[in-house]
Structure formats: structure tokens, C-alpha cells
Design a protein. Sequence first.
Length: 446
Amino acid sequence: MEKNSQKCSSIEHEEKDAISFCFECKVYMCNKCESFHSKLCKNHHWFNLDKNINEIFTGFCTEGNHMGKLEYFCKSHNKLCCGFCITKIKGKEKGQHKDCDVCFIEEIKEEKKDKFNNNLKNLENLSIILDEKINQLKIIIEKINENKEVLKLKIQKIFTQIRSELNDREDKLLLEIDKKYDEKLFNEDLIRESEKLPNKVKISLEKGKLINDDWKDENKLCSYINDCIIIENNIKEINIINEKINNYNNEKDFKIFFYPDKEDEIKCFIDEIKKFGNLDEFNVNSKIINYEDEKLIKNWISNNKINFSLLYRMSVDGDSFKTFHDKCDNQYPALFVAKTKDGYKFGGYTSIGWNSQSNTYLPDKKAFLFSLNKKEKYQLLDDTAVIGCFINRGVDFHNDCYFYQNNMTKCYSEGNHLFLKGKGTVLANNNDSTFIVDEVEIYKII
């Protein structure tokens, strides 16, 4: 609470902020005046203005610069006023209440006295309600913050998983590149093998020249034959490497491509990443459907951008057909949802709406019924005569589902199941064809 900015009543200290007010003297005091006043008027009562007291009743008018004694009561504005407030000459911050219903404060005494006790009780009750509302607000805020943190953790978990999958995919592609190139093209092992061959060939040639004229020496015959085998193996190894090199030369134009590689394709993918994920709000003020139900219904209507505008709620507006027609006639497209005492939630959609004047069944090829418990949508058996527009009926989807007996609490369907006679679709089991509902809501689809 802001500190009181009232100035001291003393002419000498009128620029100083007042820190207290004396009820007997009807003056505001600064710290110096209060010190003097406490010694001079010990039995007076004064209040410190710093202690959460924004307004002190002085008995004098606070409008403009009146400072007149509050002797009158303005019934028009329920406000105390002074002679300057009711003067017949309006202007210069005077005469604000000259045209109002004004009386002396003594004349209003009994009326205010009679209301006083009742107002005290009302204030006590409102105080209790206020405490309850504040506690409810704290719980709601706590729940909202909890949901907020849960949502943040969920998003972080999803994006951590996406980043992990992207990193794994990158590592896999890099390894695959090495594997494919090593299988097709030169590798370090082949280069090392081929680099050793010239030296082997040189040594073999030198030995060959030495032994070429010395085959008659029987003592060295075994060694010479071994040298021949080495030369033969060298030739074979050279031929193998030459063949590999020739094969590689044939694959010199071998390339591996990564897709997408075009700038517009990569940009398109990046744009999709940037748009990944959406934050959606649950805006339906319903006692029946929740966020998941809303998403289902929007999907069934094939439009996620629609909004629901509440037309009728049975628990608030009553269950008469007249009220239903007064609030819902010619409001379309329209959606109705209901909840039975057994907890079944169901409803229907019509693109043409209802009215109480047609007195017939109208065709609607877009109409359908649904079960929120089973999360299923059902096309009607006959779309040529679907929406019943009768003054003595409420929501009416012909024999598939309608409310009867002049109220919106009894829903009727042919057979012992709700909706879709002949298809055996059991949406709300019952011993007969009547289903007692706890709540019905009608929305206009925008």
C-alpha cells in the first residue's frame, strides 16, 4: 500500500508530509507538529498515517478546496457533502451536487441505521467468500504453474529426443560414407601394399642376375629354386595390385550423393523443423468436454480453426424446449453435447441448426452423431430427413436421438441403445430407450 501523501495542516509546515492525524483537532501533523501536539494535548487521539490508513475521516469535505463541514447527504451519489457541494452556483470547484437529491445527514440516519446490521452480515459473508475465492485462486494458480512446468518438461523431452535422433542419424551417415568408399575405391592398406612392391622387385632382380649364370652349382640349387618362387609370387602380387588399380581407374568417376542437396529442399526441411510443434489453448467453457474431446470434435468437423460459442446450458438456462428454441433457433452450424447420469458423453453436429417454425424434418448431409467415451463418429442412417424442427421438441436427430416430454433431461432413441438404430452401436446402455442426462450444452460453431 502506498504511503499517505497528505500535507501538514500547519501554515508554517504546509510543504511537509503529514505523518499523523488528530481526530479531536481535525488536523494533519508533520513530525514537528506531532511532537508539540503530544505535549499540549495528551488526551487527544491521533493515528499514524503510515499504518495502512489511506483515508482518515475528518468530518470535512475533501472535494476541491472546500474544507467545509460535512452536513448534507447526496442520495443520488450516496455521498456526504458540504455546503459548497450543493451551492446553486456551479463553478470554481463548487456546486457539483446542485441538481442532486440532497438532504441533511439527520434525515438519512434511520435509513442507514436499518441497513447497517444487514450490511455488516453481508460484509462478513462476503469476507468469508473472499477468503474462499482467494484460496481457490491460489490452488488454481498452483495448478496452472504445475501444468506449465509439466508442459515445459514434455517439450524439452521431445526436442532432446529429436536432437538425439538427428545426431545418431548424422553419425550413421558418416560411417556409411566411409564404408561405401572403402568398398569401392582406394584405401590405405592397398597403398601400403603397393608401396612395398618396388623394393621387393628390385631385390628379386638383383638376386636373379647373380644366380642366372650359376645354375650348375648343385649345392645352391635349393636356394635358387626358392628365389624363383619368390620372383613368381612377386609377379603374381604385382598383377593382383595392377588389376585392382585398373578396377579403381574404371571407378574414378564413382560418387555418393546426399539427398536433399538442393538449397530449396534443405530450406523446406529446416522450415518444417522451425514450425514443428504447436501450443494450443483449451477455450471451450464446458462442463462436459475437455481438451482431448475438443480436439476430437474439431477433427470430426474437419476444421481445427473453429471456435465454440456457448448458446445454451441446461443447468443454467433451464430444461424447457421454449428456452432451447429461444436461445438456439437459427444458430448454425451447431453442436450439442450431453452427459448422462452414468457418465456417458455424447453429442451431434448439424450444419443447418434447429428452429421451431418448420414443423418438419430437414436434410443435412453433414450432420453426424458421436460418442466421446468411445471416441467415435457415426454417420446417420438417413441424411434426407435428419434435423427435426418442431416447437414441442428440443434437440432432434430424427429417430437416432431426440429429447422429448417437453424438457431437455430425457433423451430418447429407438431400441435399447442410444443412436443408430439397426447398427447395434451401444453408446449408453439402459433398460429402456430413455436416457436421463445431467447436462446438455449447445454451441454455435464459428
